[in-house]
Design a protein around this ligand. Sequence first.
Ligand code: HEC
Ligand code: HEC
Length: 245
Amino acid sequence: MKFTLIAQTSLLALGLITASTAAFSAKPKIVQWNKPGGEEEQAMKLKPNRKHGIEVFEVCSACHLTEGWGVKNGTFPQLAGQHREVLIKQLADIRAGNRDNPTMYPFAQPSSIGGPQSIADVTAYIASLPMNPDNGKGPWKKGTPEYAQGKKLFKANCVKCHGSHAQGNGPKFYPRLEGQHYKYMIRQFDWIRDGKRRNANPDMMKQIKAFTNKEAKMVVNYVSRIPVNPKDLAPSKDWLNPDFD
Ligand code: HEC
Ligand code: HEC
């Protein structure tokens, strides 16, 4: 069932990609980071409704899966357990065309899921989901020189924003990175460094601009291997979300 849905959605998305990319082409490269106002500010003030959040999430689950775990190959990120503020900002940015995501764009529109109340509802629901205990990891295990170098780079360049175990910071909109899939993070890291992710944080861009591809891989490898607090994880990698049985 799950996979039929994914296949159908991808086909639908493919058809719509051509239409939606055209809308992005004339946009400026980097947008002002976290500009006040817009749907982000509106959604932040609304009281979430869980039941409606589950209904909206059905659309999202076609790609992010009903558990909100995404996929290890990084095509779809894990959303479960992410800070609600971060989810609101990213969703609002994607809807506003501030972060290019042609695959998701048509499904995230008001015509598909509704206005700011839907953003408030679905993000509160997603943030409450237990995380995938088996996220995609980078190539280097603990004990290798690359792992050690990644740890060093992490302490020197990332902790001040993302926190000592990459737990992020909701009120500051710093994403939680622990437990995220390695391949998704590498793509985002490269896009942020190279100015392709247009809603990127300018201070992070400065911090990582001199990173080589090897250094990027080593630091993200380390992040992908930071153990997540078991209280935030699902009991097993075979856990199925009971809200969608
Ligand atoms: C057709 C597939 C698809 C659907 C449906 C979809 N997404 Fe996504 N979503 C993606 C992809 C692909 C990405 C990653 C894009 C990238 O690499 O930049 C993404 C990224 C995101 C992100 C950013 C995560 C981060 O860590 O920054 C959020 C938040 C998100 N989606 C929320 C949602 C919500 C909420 C819904 C339902 C309303 C939804 N998505 C529906 C494909 C989809
Ligand atoms: C100055 C603060 C800051 C520093 C330093 C920083 N980041 Fe970030 N990072 C952010 C913010 C803020 C975002 C979200 C940007 C946005 O609003 O879209 C982000 C996003 C990311 C993402 C994408 C997450 C997602 O869910 O899409 C990755 C991966 C990442 N950072 C990794 C790192 C790594 C690794 C380092 C250290 C080498 C680092 N960052 C240093 C602030 C920072």
